[in-house]
Design a protein around this ligand. Structure first.
Ligand code: SF4
Length: 125
């Protein structure tokens, strides 16, 4: 897996903060304190920082520029282990061909695979 990280900063304690800039607003992101530890992007950034520098970052942050509001995840060994186990299970299901469509008007409306999957949900269904 490879990708790009927007910004990495040193913290006053000598650790790292990995930051991803978002153009939208934090209020419309759907991210809550409860689901933050399950966030795929922030956990992948945390794992990348550990691989590059040997330790998890102190913070993995989504910085929403529209309302200038940082959403901060403080990863721990336990939280990234739970994420890794969850991802391994998900990848296993995909490799086994178990990924049923989860139709819904909002995601189906602009989905480029709608004509192929046969599960597309139209408005009002
Ligand atoms: S059209 Fe099919 S593949 Fe696309 S979001 Fe809907 S259910 Fe998923």
């Amino acid at each position: 897996m490879h990708g790009y990280i927007d910004r990495i900063e040193r913290t006053p304690r000598g650790g790292y903060e990995v930051i991803d800039f978002k153009t939208g607003s934090s209020k419309s992101s759907g991210i809550t304190k409860k689901n933050l530890p399950e966030n795929i992007q922030l956990n992948l950034y945390a794992l990348a920082i550990r691989e590059m520098y040997g330790n998890l970052p102190e913070k993995a942050t989504l910085l929403y520029l529209k309302d200038n509001n940082p959403v901060v995840y403080e990863p721990t060994e336990a939280s990234v282990r739970a994420f890794t186990e969850s991802m391994e299970q998900m990848i296993g299901r995909i490799l086994a061909g178990e990924f049923p469509a989860q139709p819904g008007y909002r995601q189906c409306e602009w989905c480029p695979y709608g004509d192929l999957c046969g599960e597309r949900e139209a408005e009002g269904e």
